[in-house]
Design a protein around this ligand. Sequence first.
Ligand code: GAL
Length: 690
Amino acid sequence: MSQTPQLLVAAEDSAGRAGPLPRLARLAYGGDYNPEQWPESVWAEDVELMRVAGVNLVSVGIFAWALLEPAEGQFEFGWFDRLLDLLHDGGIGVDLATPTAVPPAWFRRRHPQARLVDRHGLALGGGARQSFCPSSPAYAEASARITEQLARRYADHPALVLWHSHNEYGGANALCYCATSAEAFRDWLRDRYGDDLDRLNTAWGTTFWGQRYADWAEIEPPSHAPTSVNPTQQLDFLRFSSDAHLGNFRRERDILHRLSPGVPVTTNFMIANCKTIDYWRWAAEVDVVSNDHYLRAEEPDNHIELAMCADLTRAVAGGRPWLLMEHATSAVNWQPRNIAKRPGELRRNSLSHLARGAESALFFQWRASRFGAEKFHSAMLPHGGTDTRIWREVVALGADLPSLEPLRGTRVVADVAVLWDWESWWAVELDWRPSVDLDYRERMAAYYERLWRDRLSVDFAHPERALDGYRLVVVPSLYLTTPAAAENLRRYVAGGGTLLVSYFSGIVDADDAIHPGGHPGALRELLGLTVEEFLPLRSGETVRLAAVDADPARAGAEVTGDVWAEVVVPQGATPVLSYLDGPAAGGPAVTRHTLGAGHAWYVSTRLTAAGLAPVLRAAYRDAGLVPPDGVPEGVELVRRAGADGSRFLIAINHTDREVELAATGTDLLDGSFQPGVCRIPAGGVRALRA
Ligand code: GAL
């Protein structure tokens, strides 16, 4: 432990900008390091190669519980001491994980009542990971003990930069239906309803189907049942389950804060890809937000989904910098077909996250595993070693990162806010909705993609968050709308904002009870209309829409929708597009309502990608938004601004040909000056300082 890594500084970097990791003075580069898979003789080579690659931060110990505590209460830290010292000597900072995502086999054997039970009552097997009940007192005790041991031992270790609690809470064991969970659920409900069973009965609407409860002990989790289980019971169980994991996180965080003050604590989110965790609530509890992102490798233009996840991560982080905790250098091993990244894709992916607010590019994992479940997963150091394309790209990216330091402390400039809400996602996809084709994430991704293609930058926002300053707010799906959210949107529009709301929004309150007075109860006055009937479409059925004042026979004036249509009755709103055919033929399909100084648009069908373009363009006009002109297809743009007036434009060329963009500035990456016409090589990236 002799050498002080140059990376560790007291608080802020030399320019006075505090990043998410006060102890790390640079953008973080590295990844999960699981050296327990290798003889110690390999570790020195690892550290040597990390230095070659520019690695400055590794996450260690994530799955090491069985090795750190081989028998209950017996600890073996010698190997871990040597590892941390070695990393420190090599100038590599440590993101130190509590290993609590995988309890050792002895825990499972000793505490069979801590096993995860699925909704069919089946206790799930071991030999995997995360197969424990999140509400288990035995787990709480054991995980607190190992956390405390680690914190006591390593709080003052000079390599320590960050604590990493657990791994992907809610990933594999999101929901547990065992007797312990049932008890914990009841406790949670007593808390939510102020120990007042009448309140619960009212919230759950238990007078219907004769479900009234007379005793808390009668309440069960929504296990597999003969038919649909009470929707509010299901919704509350989802809330409870997110909170059960949050309780586990808080326990570890509080131990770490107490024993290791001043060192930030994070846990890796899986934003937009983990439905069961309400990350708005979680983000308020971590010292720094971090996220894992894996490309949907088979999907075309999957960098757009990446951008959406990065923007959503920045949103839950409150606009502050966040950490990209995991992504892949190339293929993963858990998708149906694990498509390798093409040359340059790794760099573009990492730089897109960085452009959108990440202050790290960390990967799963450092060295590819020889054995176990993830041996076909890519790594920074592939099975083929250093004479490989992936290694060369890893080294090149590590060399690139320092040039992007000026981006730290600057903020992404966004034009549009898109509302995202986990509770609404949960509620809209419960069973017995008007259509099984209601798909929250699909609508989010569809609207996001249109905005991305129009080169408008997006901030996501919670529905109850103030929206001043955005020219346009888009609500792709908000079935569950609280009165506070509805009032927030009304205030925004009345104050001059432009709002666009998509179908089946504003329908229920936080208890999944229909807002009274006709649909969409929470938004009726704001949108200036009533939805008299939902008209879900048959599988594959489409509807045609045309401008009300255009000749419907004119080809090209039409747009198409599917999945959903409605009988929309304007009450102040003006029809803009109407249905040409289908069950709502002749009725309004898209409307516009003027309220105060602003406008509220309503879209009553699932517009196809092509259909979204003209409708959003019309809303942009109201919002005074002009999508940048002349940006070549396939080029991603992110604008950043510093408090000191500095301006940056990051342009990522996802095509395989050189493109030109009208922009001036000096490229942080290669130092070249781009005078008016910025040339971006095929698959390349420019980070221009204006
Ligand atoms: C993540 C997980 C890692 C690794 C990775 C593989 O979800 O946190 O431990 O399994 O996936 O893509």
